[in-house]
Design a protein. Structure first.
Length: 59
């Protein structure tokens, strides 16, 4: 009787681990997108500040 329960627990644990890993990947992807957008925003504002102080346009 113990062996079938061990098998079921193994399957349930594996499914839980896969779901947890997928959730972690989604969170990591969201953090990466947010960090990228913040970096782009920072570079744009830095470039605008440099342009305003020098009076030159990069176009």
């Amino acid at each position: 009787m113990q062996q079938p329960l061990d098998f079921i627990a193994t399957i349930a644990g594996t499914a839980l681990a896969i779901g947890l890993q997928k959730w972690g990947w989604k969170l990591q992807a969201k953090r990466l997108v947010l960090a990228t957008l913040e970096d782009i925003e920072q570079r744009i504002s830095q470039r605008a500040t440099e342009t305003a102080t020098t009076g030159k346009s990069d176009r």
